[in-house]
Every structure is written in C-alpha cells, then in structure tokens.
Design a protein around this ligand. Structure first.
Ligand code: GLN
Length: 541
C-alpha cells in the first residue's frame, strides 16, 4: 500500500516548500523507506520549458527530456533519484489530457467539468507515478500559495485522495512563513493562522505545520501555532535559517518530524541513518580552502536562474574541502566597459553558464578570451561551450566574425549552427534536443581522466551545435573535441590541452551532480582552481 504525503504552502511563495518536501523524503529514506516526489505547478504552461528563467528560475531537465520546475532538481539532489517528466504536473498538462479525452469521445454524452473530470485526471496522474515508481511513499508538493485561484483544482484533488486512500495512508503538511517585525523583533503568526484557515475552508485540515522563520521559534509561539492550527504541539516544526540548505533534513529530524511522520503513516519505528548526509554537511560547513569563481551570465540578478550550477559547484567544493565563493556578473557590464574584464584576474576560475539569444554574448566571449589568455581555469556549459568555440574560431583560428547563427544569422563563419533536425520546427514547446544522450569520451584526454569512462550519458537542452564544416579547422588550431556523439557528428566536450584547465560541454553536467557525488566537469573546475591557487603546475584529478 502506497502512502501519500501532500505539502502545501501558505503566506507567500518561495517559502521553502521544495526544500521541506525534499527533507521529508530524506528523513524517510534515512529510515530505509523508498520515496518519490511529484511537483504540481498550477500555471497553464504545459511545461516549464517556455518560461523565462529570470522570472521563474532555471528549467530543470530530466533524463527522459522533461523540462520541469527547478524543485525536481532539489528532489533529485536530496534523494539521489532520477525522476521523469511525469514527476511534474501542470495545469496545462492536465487540461491538455482532459481535452484530448473529450475530443476522442471518452466522455461522450456528458458535460466535462473541473470536478470530477479535471480532479480525476490529477488523481490518476499522482497514482500513476506511485505505481510506476514502486515506492513506499509519494510526496506531492502543490506549488503556489493556498488561496490562489489556479491551485484550487489541485487542492480539491488532494482533499479527495484522503477519502479514497484513507486517513492512515495520507498526510497533509502545511509550510507557512512566520515573519519577524523589523522594529519590535516580534514573531507574527497571524498570516500563518490565516493560511491554515484558508486551507480548512477548502476542506483540508493539516496534520503537520512547518513554520518557516528566519530565527528559531520559541516554545510559546510554537504552542500558539498548534492551538490555532488545531494540531498537537508535537506536530509543529520550525524550519529556521541555516548556513547550508542541506542541514534542513537534520534540523527537522532533530525536532522529531521524521519519527512523527513514520508513526502517523503506520511504519514501524526505525532509527534513522544520516551518516553519509552528515559527512557531506560537515564537509560543506568546515572547508579548509576557498576559491572564488566568476559566473558571467545573463540572468545574474536571480540566483535561482542558475541553481543547479550553483549546487554542482558546492558539491564539487565539498569534495575538495573547499568553499566556493561565486560572484554573479552581468555579461553586459564588459560590453559597456571593456576595462572591467581585467577584474576577472581576481578570480580563481571563470564559469560561463547556459543561455539563449544575443544579449550579453559578446561580454561572455570577452570573459572566455581573458580566461584562455591568462591561464585561468575555465568551464563553459552549453551556451558557454558554444561561445568558447566562437572565441577560439575568431581569436585563434583567425575566422573573423565567426558566430552562432542564433546570434548573427548572417555571420561569414557560422561555427555554431542550428541542428539539421531543428530546421522547420515551428512549435517552441519541448522541441529542443532534450534529455540524456550517449557520449563517447576520447581516451588520453582530460575528459577521460575526469569521467574515468569512455562512455557517458548526459542531459541536454539545446537547438544549436558545432557546425561540422568547421570542426577540423578548430582542431587544427589546437582545440580538442574530447567527447562526441556515437556517430561522431555532434561535438559534446571541448578542451585545450595547452591550458591549465579549459573545459566545456554541450551538455549540462549540473543536473546529475549530487551531494557526495559531484559531477566530473564541475569537480574538474573547482579542483583546478584549488590546485592552481596552491601553486601546482597542473591539476591533480
Ligand atoms: N542557446 C543555445 C542553444 O539553443 C544554448 C542553449 C543552452 O545554453 N541551454 O543551442
């Protein structure tokens, strides 16, 4: 019998539901239970792929090519899972399925309604994930805030699931903010009380309340929350600010949350084992060294735009006992003021992330040139890979005006061009080259040293690639394509053997990075930064 845990949020969004959901999963895993997690996003987009990362944070990519909400990234990192497209449900996806059924005639003769047809579709989807993933517990996080119009059908669906699955098999967790007033330093629980009331109005009485607060909440306030929430005092937990996000499962478990959930769902009592997790957290909290990395990007104003990259750098840092300090730099600052590029010499490494469209690309190319010419460790991901090719074509191979046709369709040297199968595609949704694809790694290269294998699978999300007509020219200039698709037609990894560490990939290693199991290319960058700083003549991987 599968058990269902539902997580809702109150007061405001970005309150940390994703981390609480992941932490619940971790507490259950630490007790030997198998879990999976589903994120519900009440927006009408069918998937996150068509949304601007600057508004909504990065688009996370699953092995099977799903373009999903970034919370799936937190689930994968905390729970070491490889989730699927189906682990993200959106309003657009649900309605699309219902409308397709209606057109097919599945509901012939009936009026199709939100209740029961849309709510049935939602419940079926959650149950499908449960049966496909063969787990003990399915965690379902409802995005947005209780009270949002878009969220109502989803809350109604999870309300019905209690009736159908039974009290002992379902659990509602409500995560809400407890703000502290600036002037009086008082913790205010009223907004939380209102959000619990709102939830009850729709027929859901939470079993657990997680109060999110910048400080530790005192016993008195916790009692008040329990009283107004109509739950026992031992069902209120506090998620206060901690130095590292990876501490959250530990602080919640210390308060008894893991034990409470297990008991409530009827699992036998078991002692949790957090040994590996604790080791990783200790490594994050007690670094011996520090490196500074400049992330030169286009969405630098919102840290969530690069969250997986950020975390991948931290995982790599923990492996090297190194604190990674990341500075987000808007690429356009270099275009406006070219002298500013010199400030990059204060960094141990330069990192160019993913991106789309022309804005900021010349600034990123300036940063790549600076890294190449000054021997500063460099890692480029996806667009970062493509821009490194452009920089090399222009400044080493003498191909003046070389560019990507995404940036300049009339470039004399289209070293990066649309993939042939992308021509003629008009629909923007889910049509990039997506998900995990096989890559052959050339023996004797830095890539081979890092991946320790001649064959890897990495996740992709792109429309453009290295133009084969230029591959030879680039290699003659000294660039090595050390990873390629099995047919040899797609360039996947590049490196510069004469440089301390100059490495880039068409794929996104960050999506497979996990605490305690850093991704090889991110590890490569951080280790190279550290070894260079320690005065070594080459990185010791
Ligand atoms: N804009 C580039 C492309 O579509 C790179 C995409 C990316 O960085 N994810 O190929």
């Amino acid at each position: 019998m599968v058990k269902y845990v539902f997580v809702t949020g109150g007061v405001l969004s970005s309150v940390g539901k994703g981390i609480v959901t992941s932490s619940i999963g971790k507490m259950l895993q630490a007790r030997g239970l198998r879990v999976t997690a589903v994120k519900i996003d009440p927006y009408v987009n069918v998937d996150a792929g068509t949304m601007n990362p600057y508004m909504h944070g990065e688009v996370y990519v699953t092995d099977d090519g799903g373009e999903t909400d970034l919370d799936l990234g937190w689930y994968e990192r905390f729970l070491d899972l490889n989730l699927k497209k189906e682990n993200n449900i959106t309003t657009g996806m649900v309605y699309k399925a219902v409308i397709e059924k209606e057109r097919r005639g599945d509901f012939l003769g009936r009026c199709v309604q939100i209740v029961p047809h849309v709510t049935n579709e939602i419940k079926e989807h959650i149950r499908r994930v449960a049966s496909n993933s063969k787990v003990d517990v399915v965690l379902t996080e409802v995005g947005g805030t209780v009270g949002d119009i878009e969220g109502l059908p989803f809350l109604e669906a999870i309300r019905q699931m209690r009736l159908e699955e039974g009290y002992e098999n379902t659990l509602y967790v409500h995560v809400a903010l407890v703000p502290i007033l600036d002037v009086t330093k008082e913790m205010k629980t009223k907004p939380l009380q209102h959000s619990v009331n709102e939830l009850r109005r729709i027929g859901i009485q939470p079993d657990i309340i997680v109060a999110r607060c910048s400080e530790k909440i005192d016993a008195e306030t916790l009692r008040k929350i329990a009283l107004f929430g109509t739950i026992p005092e031992n069902a209120v937990f506090c998620s206060h600010n901690v130095e590292s996000i990876y501490q959250v499962p530990l602080i919640l478990d210390e308060q008894g949350m893991g034990e409470f959930i297990c008991k409530r769902l009827g699992f036998s009592e078991r002692k949790p084992n957090f040994e590996e997790w604790q080791k990783f957290v200790d490594a994050i909290l007690n670094p011996r060294y520090e490196v500074k990395i400049a992330l030169v990007g286009k969405y630098a104003g919102l840290a969530d735009s690069y969250v997986s990259m950020n975390e991948a750098l931290r995982h790599a840092g923990a492996e090297c006992k190194t604190r990674v300090r990341i500075s987000y730099i808007e690429a356009e600052t270099f275009e406006k003021n070219p002298d500013k590029v010199q400030t990059l010499k204060d960094f141990d490494g330069i990192f160019i992330p993913y991106g789309f469209g022309p804005r900021g690309t010349e600034g990123k190319i300036m940063a790549i040139k600076f890294a190449r010419e000054n021997g500063i460790p460099f890692l480029g991901i996806c667009y970062g890979f493509q821009l490194a090719v452009i920089e090399f074509a222009r400044n080493v191979c003498g191909l003046e005006g070389a560019n990507s046709t995404e940036i300049n369709p009339n470039t004399p040297h289209p070293v990066i061009d649309l993939m042939p199968e992308q021509r003629g595609i008009e629909y923007k949704g889910a049509t990039m080259r997506l998900g995990a694809h096989k890559i052959l790694v050339k023996p004797g290269t830095t890539a081979y040293t890092l991946y320790k294998s001649g064959e890897i699978y990495e996740r992709h999300r792109h429309r453009f690639e290295v133009n084969l007509d230029y591959a030879d020219k680039l290699e003659k200039g000294g660039l090595v394509f050390s990873g390629k698709s099995p047919d040899g037609r797609r360039m996947e990894i590049l490196e510069l053997p004469t440089h301390f560490f100059f490495f880039a990939s068409q794929f996104h290693g960050e999506f497979k990075s996990r605490p305690g199991k850093p991704d090889p290319e991110y590890y490569g960058l951080v280790k190279a930064c550290l070894d260079k700083k320690l005065g070594k003549t080459k990185p010791e991987f």
